[in-house]
Design a protein around this ligand. Structure first.
Ligand code: PEP
Ligand code: MG
Length: 557
């Protein structure tokens, strides 16, 4: 624990080196996080920040210099006081962040001990029982080997809960005494539906759960096998189900999912990854690969939506007091037209290799749309003059994701080829609830009358002008909303590839006529609780045998 006073500077150096090494390991792990798990990437980024947190490092350095402690112990002491300060905060979300500090300290200490951090050597799929699972642990464990997760630490905002929700892995969190009462290698049943675990189950329990598991696997298999069938309701109304992606490497998953195109290709990753802006050719190669993989199906590329929850370093330097209302998305592109034009050149060029459309994010007024369209036309003329193969008549659509766009949806519909409703931001702005703020997460109500009325109004405006509407926010993937969206007449749902087969399967179990009636009743009420009750009851009625399975999939924490 103690070191010789003349060794303190060597110890300080060791501490900084270890923190830096852990930071690099985390950066490396972050690269392996699949694109469909953006939250995990963010959590790892927050661990990287803790690694260089001045409070943590300087605190430890003081212990080393002033009390001649070794670096491991100095970190332990600093960590204790930091965690105590967090625990005293009367906010469950912040209290749960203690776990982040402990995870990072544990890693730096392991590095100081010279340990290689190996989360598990487990090769076969297994249930993981743990104190808490950090995102890096999960990546190192290899996600496909996790059958289920059970942790001592609990709460909706723990990383285990977030991870389980993203991966649709059954999970039970907040089980005190778990590690003391279980043994490695023993048989365990995890019933995430009821939030129970059974250690060493008896034969009757085992037989019952084996039966339920078989039923569930059968259902999953049925869903998987029918992924290529159209999403046509029982009364022969067809909707399209498309996929949301961020990178070309997801195309294979899209093709396997039975998705009928890509309804949202987010393009920010290339701008957030490196220190410098991506070149036209780098972007073109990526977009062309996606367009070619999906052809003849349509790929909708959303132009750059930097800002708010997707901040580039450049934007962080702007230090806007409220970036969500700041220079984000199309505003940023119209301010930095060189960046916008480079991306548009790449997109129009990719259009020569497939069925490509362009979608503009965060449109709030006609003027923004007109300016964007003018720039798109200029870029097309420029490419044609250069003799560069491109699609000069690329279809252009807008995202409807701010209340202003809802209010002028009639006018916008006359100027574009399609609409896509971004329910993530629409709810954020319409209900004034920061989509990243867990304090107000309880206000997130998909069936809030403001939300359902807005969606219906947008669909009606689009159809009045003869254009199609898709929904590409997270709600598109939510089976609770499916009958409402179907009933309101949406044309396309675009969700992560993993959700596509289930959405198509459930759509085939519904009657459009029933959904229209349900949507009508939901639109008539201003009572959210009543709307939720109506939808839940209708789902039990309309989907009967599907519901139990569906609950199994979503109530994982
Ligand atoms: C949305 O806002 O619903 C959306 C799809 O865009 P993002 O989540 O990328 O902001
Ligand atoms: Mg958005």
């Amino acid at each position: 624990m103690s070191i010789m006073p003349d060794a303190t500077e060597t110890e300080v150096h060791r501490l900084h080196e270890a923190a830096q090494k852990v930071r690099e390991e985390l950066a490396c792990a972050r690269e392996f996080v699949p694109a469909y798990l953006p939250e995990q990437r963010e959590i790892i980024a927050s661990h990287m920040l803790i690694c260089q947190d001045p409070k943590l490092l300087q605190g430890a350095v003081e212990y080393i210099r002033e009390q001649s402690m070794n670096a491991v112990w100095a970190l332990e002491k600093t960590g204790e006081s930091l965690c105590a300060a967090f625990r005293a905060i009367d906010d469950p979300y912040l209290r749960e962040r203690v776990q982040d500090i402990r995870t990072v300290i544990g890693r730096i200490q392991s590095c100081l001990y010279g340990d290689k951090y190996i989360a598990s050597e487990q090769e076969t799929p297994a249930v993981l029982l743990a104190e808490e699972l950090s995102p890096v642990d999960a990546i190192e464990l290899k996600l496909e080997r996790l059958l289920s997760l059970v942790t001592v630490e609990g709460g909706q905002a723990t990383h285990t809960a977030i991870l389980a929700r993203s991966l649709h892995i059954p999970a039970v969190v907040g089980v005190p005494g778990l590690l003391e009462s279980s043994r490695e290698g023993e048989l365990v049943i995890v019933d995430a539906l009821k939030g129970c675990i059974y250690l060493e189950p008896d034969e009757t329990e085992l037989a019952e759960f084996v039966r339920r598991q078989e039923e569930y696997s059968h259902w999953r298999e049925q869903v998987r096998r029918s992924a290529y069938l159209p999403a046509e309701t029982l009364d022969a109304v067809r909707i399209e189900v498309q996929a949301n992606i961020e990178e070309a490497k997801e195309c294979e998953a899209v093709l396997e999912s039975g998705a009928e195109g890509i309804g949202l290709c987010r393009t920010e990753l290339a701008y957030l990854k490196g220190k410098s802006l991506p070149t036209e050719n780098v972007l073109y190669e990526e977009y062309r690969t996606i367009a070619q993989s999906l052809a003849p199906a349509r790929v909708i590329f959303r132009t750059l939506d930097l800002g708010a929850d997707k901040m580039s370093e450049q934007q962080q330097e702007l230090r806007e007091a409220n970036p969500d209302l700041g220079l984000r998305a199309i505003r940023y592109c119209l301010r930095h037209q060189d960046v916008f034009r480079t991306q548009l050149r790449a997109l129009l060029r990719a259009g020569a290799h497939g069925n490509v459309a362009v979608m503009l994010p965060m449109i709030t007024g006609i003027q923004e749309l007109e300016t964007s369209r003018r720039i798109i036309n200029e870029v097309a003329t420029e490419l044609c003059a250069e003799g560069m193969p491109c699609d000069p008549h690329i279809p252009v659509g807008v995202m409807i994701e701010v209340p202003a766009a809802v209010m002028i949806a009639d006018a916008l519909a006359r100027e574009v080829d399609f609409f896509s409703i971004g329910t993530n931001d629409l709810i954020h702005y319409l209900l004034a609830i920061d989509r990243r703020n867990t304090h107000v997460a309880y206000l997130h109500e998909p069936l809030h009358p403001a939300v359902v009325r807005a969606v219906k109004h947008v669909i009606d405006c689009a159809h009045h002008e003869g254009i199609g509407v898709s929904i590409c926010g997270e709600l598109a993937a939510d089976p609770y909303c499916l009958p409402i969206f179907l009933g309101m007449g949406v044309d396309v749902l675009s969700a992560s590839p993993q959700r596509v087969p289930i959405l198509k399967h459930l759509a085939r179990k519904l009657r459009k006529e029933d959904c229209t009636e349900l949507a009508h009743s939901v639109l008539m009420t201003t009572d959210v609780a009543a709307a939720n009750r109506m939808v839940t009851e209708a789902l039990f009625e309309l989907l009967r045998e599907e519901v139990d399975f569906h609950f199994t999939m979503i109530h994982t924490s």
